[in-house]
Design a protein around this ligand. Structure first.
Ligand code: NDP
Length: 248
């Protein structure tokens, strides 16, 4: 039997990049997947159309993770259709890079609101239900820069470091109800987000990755699936770097 048959999985930011890879992975393993998009309705429609046509169960819902009302509507839709939420993947994220001396308050707030507050709102929206189920998995997508810091990414690195603190706190709060909370810290993965990097920045990353290549969205999705599966039943509050050895 497929590993996630009968499970309901929510993946925020599932319409592109790493999130799309995560949606595809869970759908292929039998889950009913609720992906979110924020602005990219066409892309979300085409992924859902493709996967539903081959019998997978995928639905996309427009969601702004920084809005409590929008997150509530997402979770309500999943619960109305399936009656449960087994796995939440907080993947939605943005970058608004710049040196601190030139960074606007808005760029700081937008980044923290999407990357950190979004994860808090989504976790809050599912936790009561997961507690009553006496089971649940939350997987947060942080970043290696949340561990190392990065010049030009103070807002983004702070949001990802915050996500690591949030992961550990939720792991402690929810453990008694068998809700496990873990974090993946990807290194450098080729997606729209990293298309913005200059050739020089890209070369700089590859230079410090022992495996000497970028990660793929499928490799990140595999790590997420591990944290959502029975294979990780005794692991909570951890940060797994999926980064080709970049940070160790
Ligand atoms: P992309 O830019 O390719 O995709 C971002 C996704 O997030 C899109 O689906 C987008 O939806 C969604 N999104 C953005 N803002 C919101 C919002 N306010 N509410 C809901 N959804 C939103 O990013 P990646 O796939 O590269 O990154 C995914 C995650 O992985 C992020 O958290 C990122 O920080 C992290 N990460 C990525 C790395 C990389 O190298 N790529 C490295 C380390 C971490 P829409 O298109 O509809 O706007």
């Amino acid at each position: 039997m497929a590993r996630f048959e009968g499970k309901t999985v929510i993946v925020t930011g599932g319409s592109r990049g790493i999130g799309e890879g995560i949606v595809r992975r869970f759908a292929a393993e039998g889950a009913t997947v609720f992906g979110t998009y924020n602005s990219g309705a066409d892309r979300a429609d085409s992924i859902a159309g493709e996967l539903n046509a081959v019998g997978m169960k995928v639905r996309f819902i427009q969601t702004d993770v920084a809005s409590e009302q929008s997150v509530k509507e997402l979770v309500d839709a999943a619960v109305k259709e399936t009656g449960r939420v087994d796995v939440l993947v907080n993947n939605a994220g943005i970058t608004k890079d710049g040196l601190v001396m030139r960074m606007s308050e808005k760029d700081w707030d937008d980044t923290l609101n999407t990357n950190l507050k979004g994860a808090f709102l989504c976790a809050k929206a599912v936790c009561r239900l997961m507690m009553s189920q006496r089971s649940g998995r939350i997987v947060n997508i942080a970043s290696v820069v949340g561990i190392t810091g990065n010049a030009g990414q103070a807002n983004y690195a702070a949001s990802k470091a915050g996500l690591i603190g949030l992961t550990k706190s939720l792991a402690k709060e929810f453990a008694s109800r068998n809700i496990l909370v873990n974090c993946i810290a990807p290194g450098y993965v080729e997606t729209d987000m990293t298309q913005k990097l200059s050739d020089e920045q890209r070369a700089g990353f590859l230079n410090v990755i022992p495996l000497k290549r970028a990660g793929t969205v499928d490799e990140i999705a595999a790590a997420v699936a591990f944290f959502a599966s029975d294979d990780s039943a005794y692991i909570t509050g951890q940060v797994l770097c999926a980064d080709g050895g970049m940070v160790m």
